[in-house]
Design a protein around this ligand. Structure first.
Ligand SMILES: NC(=O)c1ccc[n+]([C@@H]2O[C@H](COP(=O)([O-])OP(=O)(O)OC[C@H]3O[C@@H](n4cnc5c(N)ncnc54)[C@H](OP(=O)(O)O)[C@@H]3O)[C@@H](O)[C@H]2O)c1
Length: 307
């Protein structure tokens, strides 16, 4: 049995990672959370503290001595990071630096979540070899976190996620679909930017990919993204219709024409061919997404959304 340390347990992505780690029964899971969580499960331990407390992080890390760490914790709201740069610096860069050093000391594998936002959105369909260029402070923190992992950890993996689809599996976190569904049920309009093009991937497939990477030999940078390139407004219209609502409830916006917002990338779509070649889940993930009752994936090529 191996030890898996997962940060940001109360978040959207971590919930899927932990849920699947407990199902595949190969891992003792140590979930780190900022929020109180007293759940008891077999092979599951939740430890509550602020990751910015470096001494506590070191103490917990040394006690667990993880074989692999999945580091999801972050401040991930682009506008919040723009306006709270000290806080974003501490968690997105500082905590990653501490974890990288701790993993390097004992040769643990470190898998970190980066983002398509590291690209400026000028061309789209970025590969792992394309040069990042930050448009906002969130992207800047993620680019520097990536560099820290590459330069510090021998068994380091940078995963770049596109927009993550689906409903929360455990915990809650940053699921846009859950918020959108709540608004539509109340008959409220929802606003989505037509200028932002992404390659969404469902949260179940992402969780499976993280576990496969944690158990396997891959090191380096990898894009975890779907095969469909779609703007967020069209994606939301398709989801609304699939859920039985009128697409008229979805309002098209332009995030770069909205006063007070941090600059956003236009086309940050990602190529996923490396993941398809390297990971078993890359070949089967989209079929798994179709079967999953908790995920939704937009596929404009066929005009369908799988559920
Ligand atoms: N969701 C997306 O569409 C998307 C797209 C691209 C990249 N990403 C990246 O993927 C990762 C996971 O995203 P997500 O959607 O799961 O984010 P999320 O739901 O916002 O979860 C992030 C979690 O980070 C934890 N956290 C924040 N500050 C902390 C602190 N000081 N100490 C301890 N924990 C702290 C919180 O965990 P607790 O709730 O346990 O306190 C929070 O729930 C992030 O690194 C994000 O940048 C996400």
């Amino acid at each position: 049995m191996k030890n898996l340390l997962v940060t940001g347990y109360g978040g959207f992505v971590a919930g899927s990672v932990v849920w699947q780690a407990l199902r595949d029964r190969n891992w003792n899971v140590y979930a780190l959370s900022l929020t109180e969580n007293s759940e008891e499960k077999e092979r599951f331990h939740c430890i509550q503290f602020d990751l910015c407390d470096a001494a506590k992080l070191k103490e917990v890390f040394c006690a667990v001595r993880p074989d692999a760490v999945v580091h999801t914790a972050a401040l991930a709201d682009i506008d919040y990071c723009q306006n709270n740069q000290d806080a974003a610096e501490k968690i997105n860069v500082g905590v990653t630096r501490e974890l990288a050093q701790l993993c390097s000391n004992v040769d643990s594998k470190l898998i970190v979540c980066s983002t398509d936002t590291v690209f400026d959105g000028g061309k789209g369909m970025y590969t792992e070899d394309d040069q990042p260029h930050a448009l906002n402070f969130y992207a800047d923190t993620k680019i520097r976190a990536e560099q820290i992992v590459r330069s510090t950890v021998a068994r380091g993996v940078v995963t770049r996620l596109s927009l993550v689809m689906g409903l929360p599996v455990l915990g809650a976190g940053n699921s846009f679909l859950a918020k959108m569904f709540d608004s539509l049920k109340k008959g409220d309009q929802v606003k989505f930017p037509a200028n932002e093009i992404r390659t969404p991937m469902d949260v179940i497939t992402i969780g499976r990919a993280f576990l496969e990477i944690a158990a396997g030999d891959f090191v380096g940078t990898i894009h975890l993204a779907g095969s469909t390139r779609i703007n967020r407004y069209e994606m939301a219209c398709q989801i609304a219709e699939k859920l039985g609502f009128s697409r008229d409830l979805v309002v098209s916006t332009d995030s770069n024409a909205t006063p007070g917002r941090a600059p956003q990338h236009n086309d940050a779509s990602l190529y996923n061919s490396k993941a398809k070649n390297v990971l078993a889940v890359g070949a089967t993930g989209e079929r798994a997404a179709e079967r999953s009752s908790v995920s939704r994936q937009a596929r404009p090529a066929s005009g369908l959304i799988y559920s």
